[in-house]
Design a protein around this ligand. Structure first.
Ligand SMILES: [Zn+2]
Length: 319
């Protein structure tokens, strides 16, 4: 701990590992990272919260330097992520063997095991993705890994995100065999200095995806208020207040059709806690589509926990 702490007098410059065993893997993500455009990491790695828009990002692959740029923005999200652990020692150092059986081996305790024995832990993580395409300079092979490690503020760091001494990095690149130019990076830095810090952090509710999948598995393609509904029109509605503790809870939601979800959140639709029938507000009762829901039973059985939340929602909007 206490490693690679960013100090105020230094511009943030980060050496990030683009590939290799220590690479923080994205498990549920649809896209692979293109080093020249994006880099993704999450809150399971140390220093995750330090890189900022306007900072220098330098990527390497554990063997050589790949390139450098300036971070335009960082998109922040949430994800329910699976972590795989060794069943013997609990470490994450698991390798897949190409031919040997059983297929998995722990590189630390050397235990071998089957797929079914891998311990999987699910955790909510904060995800980060940098966008840095504009100023990217390809520097493939210009510096070795040893040289790069020496340019970090802590040369012995093992982290996948390490603080880099940017002034020394500049010097080293200028002296590299290909005499590469860092001018796109310099230009971008000059712009951010002149124009002030354009911190662009975009927050997206990615956790919604995992929570929705959980509910789809539980209930199928069915809106709790209106019945069978195409998959694409269903949303996960939180019965408890998501904002209150920032977490998704099992049994804390219902699948609702998109419009129904919105109207439920606003209290135009509610569920009578006595008999679990739908109550439609006067404001929307003039629309036949919603009027016909009045007094109808829900299409799902409520758990005790959901009943409690429905009652709270009712108390808030109907008493
Ligand atoms: Zn092990």
């Amino acid at each position: 701990m206490g490693e690679d702490v960013q100090t105020d007098e230094q511009r943030g410059a980060w050496l990030m590992l683009a590939v290799g065993d220590d690479r923080p893997r994205r498990s549920n993500d649809g896209y692979d990272d293109a080093p020249a455009a994006h880099y993704s990491w999450d809150s399971s790695v140390l220093n995750h919260q330090l890189p900022q828009a306007g900072d220098v990002i330098v990527l390497w692959n554990k063997k050589v330097l790949l390139g450098a740029s300036v971070i335009e923005k960082i998109v922040v999200g949430e994800e329910d992520k699976a972590f795989h652990r060794c069943p013997y020692c609990g470490r994450a150092t698991i390798e897949l063997r190409k031919t040997a059986k059983p297929p998995y081996r722990c590189t630390k305790c050397t235990g071998t095991f089957e797929v079914a024995e891998v311990v999987t832990i699910r955790k909510d993580v904060t995800t980060y993705r940098s966008h840095h395409e504009v100023a990217w300079v390809d520097l493939t092979g210009e510096l070795t890994s040893d040289r790069l490690r020496g340019l970090c503020t802590r040369p012995k760091s093992q982290l996948s995100i390490r603080q880099l001494d940017y002034a020394r990095f500049q010097e080293a690149v200028r002296a590299a065999p290909g005499r590469p130019s860092l001018s796109p990076v310099e230009a971008a830095l000059a712009t951010t200095l002149r124009g002030g810090h354009t911190t662009a952090v975009v927050r997206v509710r990615r956790g919604q995806g995992a929570f929705r999948s959980h509910l789809l598995k539980e209930y199928g393609d069915k809106c709790a208020f209106t019945g069978p509904t195409p998959h694409a029109a269903l949303e996960a509605a939180h019965l408890n207040s998501f904002a209150a503790d920032g977490r998704h809870h099992d049994q804390g939601g219902l699948l609702l059709r998109r419009d129904v979800h919105r109207l439920f959140d606003l209290g135009h639709l509610a569920v009578d806690p006595q008999d679990h029938t739908i109550d439609v507000s006067e404001a929307i009762g003039c629309y036949p589509e919603y009027r016909q829901l009045q007094g109808e039973k829900l299409h799902v059985e409520l758990t005790t926990r959901q009943e409690g939340w429905i009652a709270k929602h009712w108390a808030m909007h109907r008493s």
